[in-house]
Design a protein around this ligand. Structure first.
Ligand SMILES: Nc1ncnc2c1ncn2[C@@H]1O[C@H](COP(=O)(O)OP(=O)(O)OP(=O)(O)O)[C@@H](O)[C@H]1O
Ligand code: SF4
Ligand SMILES: [Mg+2]
Length: 325
């Protein structure tokens, strides 16, 4: 049995703003854990709080944020009590992150060599020469041909896929225990997407690294991650082993996400449209009761009054009976 690497219990994220006297409650009572070497898929529409959760785990939410939790433990350490100096070791060292658009994450004015070597030297006590050798090794590991040549390149000389490989090389250069990949392939074309995800998966397995993979694409989750959590309006609404959730989503939102996939067939089809009308509510305009109720085809009176608890991995009073195939 592998060890628990990350344990999050009742994470709450608030944002202060001049417009509102009360801070806005963004992420609410989020609890989950991650084992060493495990990949967790996180899905949910835009604005559901996926990225701010990740930024909280990296300790890089802005000054207007308040992060509270009963537990935020990573590798047997309490992240809530870390001092900035300790954060600098964890961030980019033990926890690395790759973002949606590699071109904006890389500095356009600096060579690949400078950027990778700087990252390595910030976390490893080795010489510049050794760091350069390691950089070449890492570029080869992420599938970049002629890595020594590529070191001299500036980001604009790289294709999108190549730039994301460079970002991955930088992210793994410090031997992180956790890699957060926040929609790492959204900016890339379809054929490159698959290559990059396959690369992340192989590095996860080879390095026994844990991965949080954020994506809008349930196809990606079903292919790459063992476990999945579905976020809606800052809340975890369903979590399960991916195979199980794909077979039988219980929360109407997960069901809607799955049945709106191209090619999905809804068994025992009801009159509901297989797409989800409406949008995720803004955090300052939350509905009462179940956050999904204004969009839910199964809403009943008891859904509207009080918040719904997560029970057995499902935050719904009337879970779905149909399967999606
Ligand atoms: N610093 C901030 N101050 C106030 N509100 C913020 C701040 N950062 C994020 N938010 C709010 O949190 C919401 C959710 O953000 P988040 O980026 O986590 O969504 P997401 O699920 O990652 O969406 P996407 O799929 O589009 O990336 C944003 O729409 C924004 O309203
Ligand atoms: S609690 Fe009610 S409104 Fe919310 S998802 Fe379940 S059925 Fe729909
Ligand atoms: Mg995001």
């Amino acid at each position: 049995m592998s060890e628990t690497l990350l344990e999050v219990s009742n994470l709450n994220i608030f944002f202060k703003s001049d417009k509102n006297p009360e801070p806005i409650h963004a992420v609410r009572d989020l609890s989950f854990s991650l084992k060493q070497g495990e990949m967790l898929g996180v899905v949910g529409e835009s604005g559901s709080g996926k990225s701010i959760t990740n930024l909280a785990l990296m300790g890089i939410l802005g000054d207007n944020s308040i992060v509270k939790a009963d537990k935020l433990h990573f590798n047997n350490r309490d992240l809530l009590t870390l001092k900035e100096q300790e954060w600098q070791k964890v961030r980019g060292g033990e926890i690395s992150m790759i973002f949606q658009d590699p071109m904006t994450a890389l500095n356009p004015f600096l060579t690949v060599e400078f950027q990778i070597v700087e990252t390595i030297l910030a976390h490893k006590k080795i010489s510049k020469k050794e760091a350069r050798e390691l950089a070449i090794e890492l570029l080869a590991q992420v599938g970049i041909t002629s890595p020594a040549e590529r070191l001299k390149a500036y980001p604009f000389e790289l294709s999108g896929g190549m730039a994301q490989r460079v970002m991955i090389a930088m992210a793994i250069s410090t031997g992180p225990k956790l890699l957060i990949a926040d929609e790492p392939t959204t900016a890339l074309d379809v054929t490159i997407q698959k290559q990059i995800l396959t690369l992340i998966k192989s590095l996860q397995e080879k390095n026994n690294m844990s991965v949080i993979l954020v994506t809008h694409d349930l196809g990606v989750v079903s292919e790459f991650s063992e476990r999945v959590q579905v976020m809606y309006a800052g809340e975890l609404v369903e979590t399960a082993m991916t195979k199980k959730l794909i077979q039988h989503p219980y929360h109407p939102y997960s069901y809607g996400l799955l049945s709106s996939r191209p090619g999905a067939v809804v068994r025992a089809a009801k009159s509901d449209l297989p797409s989800i009308p409406g949008i995720v509510p803004a955090f300052h305009q939350r509905p009462t009761g179940c956050q999904f109720h204004p969009r839910c085809p199964h809403v009943q009176n008891d859904c509207i009054s009080s918040p719904i608890a997560l029970e057995n991995g499902i935050r719904c009073l009337h879970p779905m009976k149909e399967e999606v195939v």
